[in-house]
Design a protein around this ligand. Structure first.
Ligand SMILES: [Zn+2]
Length: 216
């Protein structure tokens, strides 16, 4: 069975970047001693803030291959951008909202399509797509005390109790999103993902450069 990291949704705070206040998906791994949150994915509503943040941080780190946000955004939106480094945050920069998956040794990936729900990963500015709703069992039990505007509903895929936030209906009306609990969304891979970026043929950027050099 494959190793699986802990996966959470958490609200970012105190970074000074556009992702502050956004609730994103993070993973935590044994190999770095549980000392940071790795960006794992995000909902489309957060895509713009994540894009701007990655541009800023790559530029500050001297790793960015683009001179302007405009050029960066063009490739980002065309899904051509490649991560130059893992994006991690310190533990105190993420306020955990929901523990979606505890660290496990078992591979529990589900096949959502077998349930007859035909969903594809959402692209920038697409209509439709997924909105992740926190599962009741992953929360602390005092949901309505903390979030008086949340309403309990059943996940349309697995039927388990999850919570709908007030923006959800607006998104459904404006963009035609489909509701799904976070576990169904994560297991089915229906998130914009930092790690699942398609590998280009011929390896990563450095490997392709090396191959070019060797040809000369
Ligand atoms: Zn579900």
């Amino acid at each position: 069975m494959n190793y699986q990291p802990k996966i959470i949704t958490g609200t970012v705070k105190g970074t000074g970047w556009p992702i502050d206040g956004h609730t994103l998906h993070f993973s935590q791994w044994d190999y770095d001693n549980y000392e940071s949150w790795h960006l794992y994915g995000w909902d489309d509503a957060d895509d713009e803030a994540v894009m701007q943040t990655i541009f800023i941080t790559e530029t500050e780190a001297g790793l960015c291959n683009y001179n302007t946000l405009e050029d960066f955004a063009k490739d980002w939106k065309a899904k051509k951008w490649e991560p130059q480094a893992a994006f991690c945050l310190e533990l105190d920069k993420v306020e955990v909202v929901e523990v979606v998956q505890q660290e496990v040794k078992n591979d529990t990936r589900d096949k959502l399509r077998a349930h007859g729900i035909n969903l594809t990963p959402r692209k920038y500015s697409d209509k439709g797509g997924i909105l992740c709703l926190p599962l009741d069992k992953n929360l602390n039990g005092d949901v309505q005390a903390k979030h008086p505007d949340w309403v309990p509903i059943e996940c349309p895929n697995c039927g388990r109790k999850c919570w709908k936030m007030s923006e959800a209906d607006k998104l459904k009306e404006a963009q035609g999103v489909t509701f799904l609990c976070t576990e169904c969304a994560v297991k089915a891979g229906f998130l914009n993902s930092y790690q699942k970026n398609q590998r280009k043929p011929g390896g990563n950027r450095a490997q392709r450069r090396q191959a070019k050099r060797e040809k000369r």
